[in-house]
Write a protein of this length. Structure first.
Length: 107
């Protein structure tokens, strides 16, 4: 796993979080308890923050990003299936994001 600070922002992971070896967590990213980020997924909080709720599962090869003034907020008990793009959107609790979904600013 790669954990990288960006400027003065660095990832914050709960002790119970699992991050796969090839995943990258960069900048202002917060992962809550029992969350997981799987192989080749990238979470990059550069121009705003990414907040991931409890028991969230980001499966393989996902891109999670933000825009200026558009944080990415993902609720508890959410599963993001493979090859999704999430940018600057808000996802409520108890959701399933299907394979290949693209959700961008304002959703």
């Amino acid at each position: 796993m790669t954990l990288s600070a960006l400027d003065e922002n660095h990832p914050h992971l709960h002790a119970s979080t699992y991050v796969a070896e090839s995943a990258q967590i960069i900048g202002n990213v917060w992962l809550a308890a029992k969350s997981s980020v799987w192989f080749q997924s990238v979470l990059r909080g550069d121009s705003d923050q990414i907040v991931i709720g409890e028991e969230k599962n980001v499966q393989d090869v996902n891109i999670c990003h933000v825009g200026p003034g558009s944080p990415l907020e993902v609720g508890a008990r959410v599963t993001v299936w493979h090859r999704c793009i999430l940018q600057g959107c808000k996802i409520d609790d108890d959701c399933l994001i299907g394979m290949g979904a693209i959700l961008v600013d304002g959703v």
